[in-house]
Structure formats: C-alpha cells, structure tokens
Design a binder for this molecule. Structure first.
Ligand code: 0O2
Length: 258
C-alpha cells in the first residue's frame, strides 16, 4: 500500500441517519406515520420506534465494517497487498423506506421493515481484483456469527443491462442493553471498475427518458463488457507478476534440492 492510500480501517462515513426533532427529514417521516384517528402520543411512539430501529441498523453496519476491516488488515499482513480498496455504508433514508413499504403495500411499521426489507443497512466493499471479491466474501461468510440469508452473484450472472456485483444478505447479531438481536445487512462487493460503471449508470438512471433509449442501453452494456474484460486482464497480469516473483524467490532461496 502506498502512503497516500487511506486504509479501509480509517475510512469515515458510517451512514447515520439524522432524525433529530424538527429536521426536515423527521417532519416528513412524522407526517408519513400519521394514521387516521391517531393520538399525538401514538404518532410519537411510532416515530421513536422507527428512529430506534435505524439506530440499530447503523450499529449493525459498524459491526460488518469492522469485520471487513479486520479481514483486510490480516490479508494485507500476509500477502503485502490490500484486497479491499474502500468500504462505504449507508442506512436507507427514512422516506425511501416508507416509499418501498408503500410500493409493496406493506404497513409502515418496524415489524414490516425488519421482516420484509433487506437493504435498510447497506455496506459496499470495493475490492482490487475479481478474485479478492470471492476470497473476502468467503472469509466473511465463514465467520460463525454470520448467517448468510441470500447470495446474488451478478458477476457470474450479470444483469441484462450489464450490472455486475456480488450481493449478500446477511444477519449479524448485535448486543444491545436488552439482549442480542439479529440484524439484517445487505453487502455489495465489486471491483473498482464495476463500481465506476454502477455509479455512473445509477446517476444516469435518474434521467430516465433518455437513458431508457435502446441505443444508450446497448452502449452502457457494451461499456460493462469492456470493463469486465479489463478486470479479467488486470487479474491475469497480477497472477503473472506473482508467478514471476515466486520463480525469482525460489531461485534465490539458499535451500535448494541437490
Ligand atoms: P440504491 O439507491 O443503491 O439503494 P431488493 O433490494 O431486494 O428489493 P432487488 O432489485 O431484487 O431489490 O435487489 P438487487 O438486485 O440485489 O439490487 C439491490 C441493489 O443493488 C440496488 O439498490 C442497487 O444499489 C444495486 N443494483 C442492482 N441493480 C443495479 C443496476 O442495474 N444498476 C446499478 N447501478 N445498481 C444496481 P436500490 O435500492 O435499487 O438502489
């Protein structure tokens, strides 16, 4: 690692949601949570339960990030290189949660969030090479407090639009004052190159009318394929260098077969 790189362990952005009383976001949420015939204290209670749940998700994110940071430190100690370039995370915005529940016709309760939404807590792990994604994901999933609920491997089977990433939905136990709770977290692992494509494609999705044109979709897909081929070539180069290094150290080793 060169000196300018920020190690994954020191990256900020824990993705806390600010639900302070009076903030525009909390006002909007409060309105969304009002049901007909509610007394004010009932709305406040619902709001507090919602805010507490988001706090719990942000602690789950911290636990998951720490696990990846530990794996990155250990791997780089053994192999003299970082498999993880960066980690980012976010708790889904309260109104995005409300929107998703409404679209699915689900009640706006903490119970339905916990039961039906997998992506309230999200962690994105950006890896250097494709094989790092599988190595890091496997080391993480093997830990005995992690339960993997679902895997979507959009690297081996990319989405029709060209999107590539490795997704895991996991449950991790978090210890609170009232006991241990399993918390669900969505983890996305991708290479720097896959992240470049996904970030730009995500931005362009918001300009829906034009981005949906077939020639633009085809161009985006073609870019995704070029990127995938480049990722594969970069991995090939790294493996060749590793082989050359190994041959060199074997040749220099004082202990040789006679
Ligand atoms: P955001 O704004 O990133 O949160 P589910 O989450 O299970 O209801 P789905 O689509 O079955 O929905 O899950 P999937 O396929 O695992 O995708 C979840 C997330 O992956 C998305 O979250 C995106 O972050 C990312 N993703 C999936 N497909 C694409 C894609 O085609 N392009 C890009 N740029 N990102 C994608 P959200 O909630 O859609 O968005």
């Amino acid at each position: 690692m060169n000196d300018e790189q920020v190690p994954a362990s020191r990256l900020p952005a824990m993705g806390q949601v600010d639900l302070k009383a009076g903030s525009p976001e909390s006002e909007e949420l409060m309105h969304a949570l009002v049901q007909e015939g509610d007394r004010p204290e009932e709305v406040y209670e619902r709001f507090n339960n919602f805010a507490e749940l988001l706090m719990r998700y942000s602690t789950a994110i911290r636990e998951v990030r720490t696990k990846f940071e530990v794996l990155n430190d250990e791997f780089s100690f053994r192999n003299s290189r970082n498999p993880i370039e960066s980690i980012s995370s976010r708790v889904k915005r309260p109104m995005s949660i409300v929107g998703k529940l409404r679209r699915r016709g689900l009640p706006l309760t903490v119970e339905s969030i916990e039961q039906y939404l997998n992506d309230v807590a999200g962690v994105r792990v950006i890896c250097s090479f494709i094989d790092d994604i599988y190595a890091v994901a496997e080391m993480f999933a093997r830990q005995d407090d992690i339960t993997v609920l679902e895997i979507k491997d959009y690297i081996r089977k990319p989405k029709p639009n060209g999107y590539r990433s490795y997704h895991m939905i996991v449950e991790i136990p978090v210890f609170f004052s009232d006991g241990k709770r399993p918390m669900r977290v969505e983890i996305q692992l991708r290479t720097v190159a896959m992240d470049f494509w996904a970030s730009l494609e995500h931005q362009m999705k918001y300009k829906k009318n034009s981005a949906d044109r077939p020639e633009i979709s085809a161009e985006l897909k073609s870019c995704a394929e070029t990127i995938a081929a480049t990722d594969a070539r970069m991995l090939g180069i790294r493996k060749r260098i590793e082989r050359l290094e190994k041959d060199r150290t074997d040749a220099e080793s004082p202990v040789r077969d006679r």
